[in-house]
Design a protein around this ligand. Structure first.
Ligand code: ADP
Length: 327
């Protein structure tokens, strides 16, 4: 396993997130700085299986640090889930002489990397790129900060119109398994209630509170719902509230994919640059099959095996804060 890594491949895999380009740029330029050859692998593991691989130069990553999406594209690959697909992928890497990989993606992509490096003698380094922030072993994932800022910008606008009409707005943000976007954007926009997959919600209490506010004529009510909450997202919560409070003027807004796009924030560009740099340094130092994370502002290396979805990491005090500040 500890052969010198001289030719590296970089790919983005699974769900895209803003800041992935900044990470690609950091990996390519750090690799070139150390005299390595760097290859871009297109469309995640699909490009590995299909040999959609090209050499990268410093210029290939010029003018991308500020762009959302990923210049290498991303995909989900069924073939890579099979031993034959992974064999094909390995043979393709061999054709280019690639002997180290940097995978920018979520926990699914890391599982793929772990399986692959168990089967073949190739070191893999993971960089956490997901808007959901639900990966163990890191305080930040690339794209979360941008997604949450996009969400608050949109919710602020919704608040203006909600205020103009005395409406109750239910806003659904992304997060099938994790409530971080909902929790952060909800607190930052002064939501009365935040519904997330990690906790059970007492809907009766919410209805009760809303009907009291209706009586007191509280003007703006805002509920932020993660798409994966126990009721099944914003539309479902909207149905329940409309049924129980027929006089309330209730509107549902699903923010959707705008949360994945856009120019990455300073924080996302910064962590992407640091993680990209340290991913290549890790390959050079022989630190293999780890995810490069940041904990307490220091680089943190977690075995890929342990880089799984972290569900219960969020601070439960935050829900108390929501309750008190919305009263
Ligand atoms: P994310 O990285 O965003 O969590 P996915 O869960 O869709 O995204 O995983 C991305 C890709 O990683 C999958 O399409 C598949 O090619 C690969 N992958 C995931 N799990 C495995 C596994 N157990 N074995 C092999 N490949 C896997």
């Amino acid at each position: 396993m500890n052969k010198k890594v001289t030719k590296i491949g970089v790919l983005t895999s699974g769900g895209d997130s803003p800041g992935m380009n900044a990470a690609i740029r950091a990996v390519v330029r750090t690799g070139l700085y150390h005299g390595m050859e760097v290859f871009g692998i297109n469309r995640g593991y699909s490009g590995m299986v299909e040999n959609d691989i090209q050499p990268m130069t410093s210029r290939s990553v010029a003018n991308i640090i500020q762009r959302g999406g990923t210049i290498l594209k991303t995909a989900r690959s069924k073939e890579f889930m099979t031993p034959q697909g992974r064999r094909q992928a390995y043979d393709n890497l061999q054709k280019h002489g690639i002997n180290g990989l940097v995978i920018i993606g979520g926990d699914g992509s890391f599982r793929g990397a772990q399986v692959f490096s168990n089967e073949f003698d190739i070191p893999c380094i993971g960089i956490p790129g997901t808007i959901d922030k639900d990966i163990a072993g890191t305080d930040f994932t690339i794209g979360f900060d941008t997604a949450v800022n996009t969400a608050i910008e949109a919710i602020d606008k919704i608040r203006d119109t909600a205020d103009a009409h005395d409406r109750l707005f239910i806003v659904e943000v992304m997060g099938r398994d994790a409530g971080y976007i909902a929790l952060h954007s909800g607190i930052a926009t002064g939501a009365e209630h935040i519904l997330i997959p990690e906790t059970k919600t007492n809907i009766e209490e919410i209805i009760q509170g809303l009907s009291e506010k209706e009586k007191r004529q509280k003007l703006v009510n805002l509920i932020v719902v993660a798409e994966g909450d126990e009721f099944g997202g914003g539309n479902e919560v909207g149905k329940i509230v409309k049924e129980r409070l027929p006089n309330a003027d209730v509107r549902v807004c699903i923010l959707g994919h705008i949360q994945r796009g856009g120019s990455p924030t300073c924080l996302d560009r910064l962590i992407a640059s640091r993680m990209g740099y340290h991913a290549v340094e890790s390959l050079i130092q022989g630190r293999h099959n780890v995810m490069v994370g940041i904990v307490n502002n220091r680089m943190h290396y977690l075995p890929l095996d342990n880089a799984v979805k972290a569900k219960e990491k969020f601070n439960k005090d935050w829900l108390t804060i929501v309750k008190i500040l919305a009263s």
